[in-house]
Design a protein around this ligand. Structure first.
Ligand SMILES: [Zn+2]
Length: 187
C-alpha cells in the first residue's frame, strides 16, 4: 500500500544509478513482507519516515515522523532487488478506523531512498558509503511539510503534533507515544 509508486521508482533509479551505473536494481512493493522472516541471501533494513495521513472515516489529518518502512535487499550481480513495505497508521479518534496509507512529499521519498541506497552500498557491496543525504533538523522538516499541506487546504494547526496513530506492525495493541521528530540520520 503506497501512493505515488512511480515517484518512488523513479527516485530510486536515479539515486542507485548514480552509485552503481553498471548494475540493475528493481524496487517493488510487497505488502506481505514481515520483520524477522528474512529469506537466505536477503538483507533487511527498517527506516522511519515522515508522512501525512488522512482518516477515511472522519477526514482528520495528521503528520507522523514515525512511519515505518521495511526493506529487503538482495544483490546477485549485476542484478539487485529491493522489496518494500510501508506500514499504515490508524486514526485515534475513530474506534473503527482502518489503517490508512501515508502520503510522502517528494523530499520525504528522496530522503528515505537516499538512506536506503546508503544501506545497500554498506550491506550488499560492503562499501562504507558516506551518507549523501543531508541531515536536516527533523522538526524543521515537519514544519515545512505542514506548511506545504496547509497550502493544499489542510490547516497546519491540525497537523502538528497530534498523537500518532498505531502502526500496522504487531497488531492493534501496539501503541506509540506522542509524535517525536524522526531520526535525521540514515544509519
Ligand atoms: Zn478518524
Amino acid at each position: 500500500m503506497i501512493k505515488d509508486m512511480d515517484l518512488w521508482e523513479q527516485t530510486f533509479q536515479r539515486i542507485i544509478r548514480e552509485k552503481k551505473p553498471h548494475h540493475r536494481w528493481k524496487l517493488k512493493v510487497d505488502n506481505n513482507l514481515e520483520v524477522k522472516s528474512l529469506r537466505p541471501g536477503w538483507k533487511q533494513y527498517t527506516q522511519k519516515g515522515l508522512a501525512r495521513f488522512r482518516c477515511s472515516l472522519c477526514g482528520r489529518s495528521w503528520v507522523s515522523a514515525q512511519v515505518l518502512i521495511l526493506f529487503w535487499m538482495c544483490l546477485k550481480e549485476p542484478y539487485g532487488r529491493v522489496k518494500m513495505r510501508v506500514f499504515g497508521q490508524r486514526c485515534q479518534k475513530c474506534s473503527r478506523a482502518l489503517f490508512e496509507e501515508p502520503e510522502f512529499s517528494p523530499e520525504g521519498v528522496e530522503k528515505v531512498l537516499g538512506c536506503l541506497v546508503v544501506r545497500i552500498l554498506l550491506k550488499c557491496y560492503r562499501e562504507s558509503a558516506r551518507a549523501a543525504v543531508p541531515s536536516e533538523d527533523p522538526l524543521r522538516e515537519i514544519l515545512v511539510a505542514a506548511r506545504r499541506w496547509e497550502l493544499r487546504g489542510v490547516p497546519a494547526g491540525r497537523l502538528l503534533p497530534e498523537p500518532i496513530g498505531r502502526q500496522g506492525l504487531g497488531g492493534p495493541s501496539q501503541k506509540h507515544p506522542h509524535l517525536v521528530p524522526g531520526p535525521a540520520a540514515c544509519l
